[in-house]
Design a protein around this ligand. Structure first.
Ligand code: NIG
Ligand code: FE
Length: 416
């Protein structure tokens, strides 16, 4: 008799509370923690999560039982901010950084993002595909089952499209689900040097309609930062993108606070990202307009700065927050979301429950998938990270070690 159900036993199950929207402020400190429980799965979806003796219909001959006694289960982790697809690497900037040269100065000299633009423009589809696939392979063994991936290392249509095509193809072929973000407004390319306005107009008139027509991305994003794009340019691009039906995100307050957060609130962005330099006023605006604060402590760490985003202040103001890697070759070369979660505790004083909520339920809403992933609510997709840890505190306390043992995606074992 073939099994049509799976029942998996755990010592502890982290169940985010699912309110059909992101958890805000104090809600982020809450979760249902089930001791000695089980997750029942049917057709790749969550059937039931509970403790104690499972009902008879869950344990008969039609059920495959898997035992993970001693282990912790959480929803599959969602990395909701990555620059996944790029050519080359930037370890040559590392010694400059160690000598105190700033990120924006490296960019001003034609390095930084622009150096990766050169490598990406000269890389073939196959090279980019293989490189990005390797990154996804690393992410999945750390418990990640969904990834948001931005373009933005082409800055011309040919290469932006190549990046977006890589994401589309990987979404078909890799167990990780991908959410695509169009981010040509990542830097001003050499062809438009000194004329960011003209570049933004070109993106609006020529690139955005093609991205829409070919259905290559759901989100549009822009880097609103000193020396990159202004708040006005960000407003113009995101307003046009919204009119064309894109959902919106914005890189705001990463290094300087120049109005990106105001734009996020005005245009109704789902998420404002980075926020290391967020102000009290900005936090109030994001809270009032339900903009999720996507915090990327790995970037602060990698930029060798000490300005971690004020996560606790944001929670006190009633904001919803997420955490993500920002995986990219410059400001955060990593694939390890667990380290980012640990920085959330060590550097932002978040609790393990707040951190797990940030990378599951809230991250799901931030990529527009809150109704299908991010919690163990009945009917959601059975994406599960299984931790070699007895409880939810352990993987945050025992740092810099991959503690994810197995990963299930759509109810199937995809990483062991
Ligand atoms: O999110 N801030 C802009 N973009 C990336 C960095 C990309 C790079 O340095 O290549 C970020 O940090
Ligand atoms: Fe980024």
């Amino acid at each position: 008799m073939t099994a049509d159900k799976i029942l998996i036993n755990f010592s502890q199950i982290f169940c985010p509370i699912d309110k059909d929207r992101p958890l805000k402020g104090k809600e982020m400190s809450q979760a249902t923690i089930i001791e000695n429980g089980y997750i029942a799965i049917k057709n790749g979806k969550i059937l039931k999560v509970d403790s104690g003796e499972p009902e008879k219909n869950l344990v008969g001959e039609h059920t495959k039982i898997i035992d993970y006694t001693g282990k912790l289960a959480s929803p599959g982790l969602i990395d909701c901010h990555t620059h996944l697809v790029y050519g080359g690497s930037r370890e040559n900037e590392f010694s400059k950084k160690l000598n105190g040269v700033s990120y924006l100065d490296i960019l001003k000299e034609g390095g930084g993002i622009l150096s990766t633009v050169r490598s990406t423009r000269s890389a073939s589809f196959e090279t980019l595909y293989d490189k990005s696939k390797r990154l996804l392979d690393q992410m999945i063994i750390h418990g990640v089952t969904t990834v948001e991936a931005k373009s933005g290392y082409g800055l011309n249509w040919q290469t932006e499209k190549r990046q977006l095509d890589v994401v589309k193809e990987l979404n078909h072929n890799h167990p990780i689900d991908l959410v695509s973000t169009f981010m040509a407004a990542h830097a001003v390319p050499p062809e438009f040097e000194g004329d960011g306005d003209a570049f933004i107009e070109m993106i609006i008139d020529e690139m955005l309609p093609k991205v829409k027509e070919e259905n290559l991305a759901e989100f549009c994003d822009i880097f609103c930062e000193t020396g990159v794009f202004t708040a006005d340019q960000s407003r113009r691009l995101l307003t046009a993108a919204k009119e064309m039906g894109f959902k919106l995100r914005i890189h705001a307050d990463e290094i300087d606070s120049i109005g990106g957060v105001d734009v996020a609130a005005e245009v109704g962005a789902i998420s404002a990202e980075h926020l290391m330099a967020a102000t009290d006023d900005g936090i109030k605006k994001m809270s009032e307009s339900n903009v999720i604060g996507n915090l990327l402590p790995g970037t602060t760490f990698s930029l060798m700065a000490n300005t971690y985003a004020p996560a606790k202040k944001m929670l006190d103001a009633g904001m919803a927050i997420t955490l993500s890697t920002d995986s990219n070759p410059g400001s955060c070369p990593t694939s390890n979301i667990q380290f980012i979660m640990q920085l959330g505790c060590f550097k932002m004083q978040l609790t393990p429950i707040q951190v797990f909520n940030a990378v599951t339920i809230n991250a799901a809403y931030s990529v527009g998938l809150g109704n299908s992933i991010g919690s163990f609510k009945e009917g959601k997709i059975a994406d599960i990270a299984i931790w070699d840890a007895p409880n939810v505190d352990y993987p945050l306390y025992f740092f810099a070690t991959n503690l994810v043992q197995d990963v299930y995606k759509h109810g199937e074992l995809v990483s062991k």
